[in-house]
Write a protein that binds this ligand. Structure first.
Ligand code: UD1
Length: 364
């Protein structure tokens, strides 16, 4: 069985790495990787291939950034040619980035069995580009692998037949478990002169938060409040950096005391930063899950989440009204010893990729 897995952007790499490992270790499966190149910097892409022990992709499309239509259209044209040459038995897509939706449309139209890992997640917010990608992908795919209970409910509501759906757990947590020990060797804490549990880690990149001046100012206000408690470490995403420069706010950001602004980090460095943080403030999807597994408090600067299990069982708290004052109050509660104690969701056990490999081999 030949499986072609697609990666496009940073959050895909740690999901495909354990799947590729499980496929290679399965005697009946051949595994190839296509990288569409939505993320292309060394810091956003190459370092992940090295650290996650992923081979060089078999195909690199080099599509880069641009409008979502530009990205998707170019991915689709280039991917069609690859499918004509490779004729895989299965195309596997993960997550909710532009490559996920673009490649699944092409593969399904060409009559190739297509499966989606991390299916069924819904924020209910159609203004998020990822929500549209999730819906398109799930409605057309032949196999849907689900990370949490809400995914089963959402897919049932959308009328997807049961026999396409498999509750398998979380491949992102497979990577975290596999690499957690190795990450302890990272020297990132010494490199930026911080001590374990003595800093707040921050990431922000969602268009809703960083594409307008108000959001950029709100983030600075959150940082000002946070730095009253502890140092803040902020690996800044290219979208966010570009926008701080565009609105001429970058100098103001840089000047905030106790803020440590750094480049996007590699997987191992970032895992070490998460594992040792006193608190994480983010608008990422995946980080909500990783902090739940690591049992580190997480404040999510979004008013919805497609990953409700992280709020129900985990350490995640959503900032309903996206107001820096709310973050301030929640943060103070956490530093007053009232942090949420979470538990690890079912099947987030490091074996999800193996389960998926077995299902694909036996049922597809
Ligand atoms: C994308 C995903 C999002 C994911 C995020 C993680 C979609 C719709 N969104 O958003 O789900 O959480 O990645 O990072 O697919 N850029 C660089 N260097 C790079 C990559 C991007 O400079 O290596 C620039 C781009 O040119 C663009 C900006 O950063 O100006 C944002 O990139 P974009 O591809 O729009 O997506 P993300 O915001 O990263």
């Amino acid at each position: 069985m030949k499986i072609l897995s697609i990666v496009g952007a940073r959050p895909n790499f740690m999901k495909v790495a354990p799947l590729h490992r499980a496929f290679v270790n399965h005697s009946g499966i051949e595994s190839k990787i296509v990288h569409t190149g939505q993320h292309y910097d060394e810091k956003m892409s190459d370092i992940f291939f090295n650290q996650l022990e992923l081979p060089k992709p078999d195909y690199y499309l080099g599509i880069g950034g641009g409008s979502h239509t530009y990205q998707k259209a170019n991915v689709m044209l280039a991917f069609e040619k690859i499918l004509q040459d490779e004729k895989p038995d299965i195309v596997l897509v993960v997550g909710d980035v532009n490559a996920t939706a673009a490649c699944s449309i092409v593969a399904v139209k060409m009559g190739i069995k297509t499966v989606h890992v991390e299916a069924g997640l819904r924020s209910g917010d159609r203004s998020m580009p990822e929500e549209i990608n999730r819906m398109i992908t799930d409605v057309i795919c032949d196999g849907l692998f689900v990370t949490e209970h809400s995914g089963l409910i959402n897919l049932a509501k959308e009328g997807i037949p049961d026999n396409k759906i498999f509750f398998v757990g979380n491949v992102m947590i497979d990577s975290l478990i596999y690499f957690r020990k190795k990450a302890t060797n990272s020297t990132i804490l010494e490199d930026i002169n911080i001590a374990s549990k003595d800093y707040i880690l921050m990431t922000m990149h969602r268009p809703h938060n960083v594409d307008q001046e108000k959001g950029l100012r709100d983030i600075m206000q959150i940082i000002r409040y946070a730095t009253k408690h502890k140092k803040v470490v902020f690996p800044i995403h290219p979208r966010t950096l570009n926008n701080y420069k565009k609105y001429k706010l970058y100098q103001e950001l840089e000047k905030i005391n106790n803020l440590i602004l750094i480049e996007p980090q590699g997987y191992l460095e970032f895992l070490k930063l998460m594992d040792n943080a006193a608190l994480i403030i983010t608008d990422s999807g995946g980080i909500q899950e990783e902090t739940t597994f690591l049992q580190v408090p997480c404040l999510t600067f979004r008013d919805t989440t497609e990953r409700p299990i992280t709020v129900e069982l985990g350490t995640n708290i959503l900032m309903q009204d996206l107001n820096p004052e709310t973050v301030k109050i929640k943060m103070e509660n956490i530093f007053d010893g009232k942090a949420k104690q979470g538990i690890i969701p079912p099947l987030w056990d490091g074996n999800t990729s193996k389960r998926i490999a077995n299902i694909l081999f036996e049922k597809y």
